[in-house]
Unconditional design. Structure first.
Length: 178
């Protein structure tokens, strides 16, 4: 397993996240030594669709992409739909991805990547209902457990978490991808 002790990873999410798609990868990153900060539209706590409560480190508006070595975008339909409407979140995601920093996205988490216009020419997967949105944004969509494209790690559902977490930690350990 990679040693991520020098890394600071941003998780961008809001209420309605898919509980396991935030907590499981965040725990895998922490176990590898990374610091994990949850960024959202407001401070306080956010609540997953199954009731998991997570403390917000700072708002997306106050976050700076330069402070993070990687990014995690969990799914959950309500989460993904709301966070992509936050201009600060979209700008932050765009800056992190365009800097070549490793990014993990699962399920509906990829919606914000379409708004950030960072999937053109990339191969990725997602929950099947995002297929058309991702393709329309320029991605090549495939139905696979986990897909890695130059530091962009994507998966479909909570069932894919073991493979997703392993690849996410590996890519974070590799650092910036150009």
């Amino acid at each position: 397993m990679s040693d991520l002790s020098s890394l600071n990873i941003a998780v961008v999410a809001t209420d309605g996240f898919e509980d396991s798609e935030l907590t499981s990868p965040a725990e895998a990153l922490k176990q590898a030594g990374a610091a994990v900060e949850v960024l959202s539209t407001e401070t306080g706590t956010i609540e997953g669709k199954k009731g998991e409560k997570v403390e917000v480190t700072k708002t997306t508006a106050s976050a700076n992409a330069a402070d993070y070595d990687g990014l995690l975008l969990p799914g959950g339909t309500a989460n993904a739909d709301h966070i992509r409407q936050d201009e600060a979140a979209v700008a932050l995601v765009k800056a992190i991805v365009e800097a070549g920093k490793p990014t993990g996205v699962i399920c509906h988490g990829g919606w914000i990547l379409t708004d950030a216009d960072v999937v053109r020419g990339r191969t990725m997967t997602s929950y099947p209902s995002l297929k058309t949105d991702l393709k329309n944004a320029g991605a090549t969509w495939v139905d696979e457990e986990v897909v890695v494209d130059n530091g962009l790690v994507s998966s479909r559902t909570p069932e894919d978490l073991p493979a997703f977490n392993a690849k996410l930690v590996e890519e974070m350990g590799e650092g910036i991808h150009r």
